[in-house]
Design a protein around this ligand. Structure first.
Ligand SMILES: [Zn+2]
Ligand SMILES: [Zn+2]
Length: 152
């Protein structure tokens, strides 16, 4: 969803709430992750004392495979993000891209911002639980369900 910020940039104190979804055809193109349903976004853009801020929440669930025992599970996540939005003309190449969102032509493409934010926050490791014992490298049994007879 494209959010037009012209009014927000121009009027101090202006704010707008929004709700949006990231559709499955976008999510299916993301390598390495399998979303179970469209990502739900809700938040607000506001101009406080001339500084435009984007605050939003992303809710989604993912099919994940445990890296150790390969068990499948669905993980529900709620993430909050906050960015200062600046007009693209106003900055050169800043190094603070994590924090700033650039508005090209006074608008932002919310889906792009959200997908980038979510991917940065997703863990590089997936474990079904912190102390997952994994699979026995010899017989392949799930060591969470009990020890096997293989020599250590
Ligand atoms: Zn596991
Ligand atoms: Zn074994």
């Amino acid at each position: 969803m494209k959010i037009d910020l012209r009014q927000i940039f121009n009027i101090v104190g202006e704010s707008r709430n929004f709700r949006a979804c990231i559709d499955m055809d976008v999510l299916d193109g993301i390598k390495g992750w399998s979303f179970t349903a469209p990502v739900r976004l809700s938040g607000r853009v506001s101009n406080r004392a001339g500084v435009v801020t984007l605050d939003y929440t992303a809710e989604f669930s993912l099919n994940v495979l445990c890296d150790r025992c390969l068990k499948k599970s669905v993980r529900d996540s709620v993430m909050h993000f906050s960015h200062t939005v600046i007009p693209a003309e106003a900055v050169g190449d800043s190094d603070d891209d994590d924090y700033y969102v650039r508005a090209e032509g006074q608008s932002i493409e919310l889906n792009d911002v959200a997908v980038t934010d979510i991917l940065l926050e997703l863990p590089s490791k997936n474990l079904c639980r912190e102390d997952c014992k994994g699979l026995c490298p010899v017989c392949g049994c799930d060591l969470n369900e009990g020890p096997c007879d293989c020599p250590k």
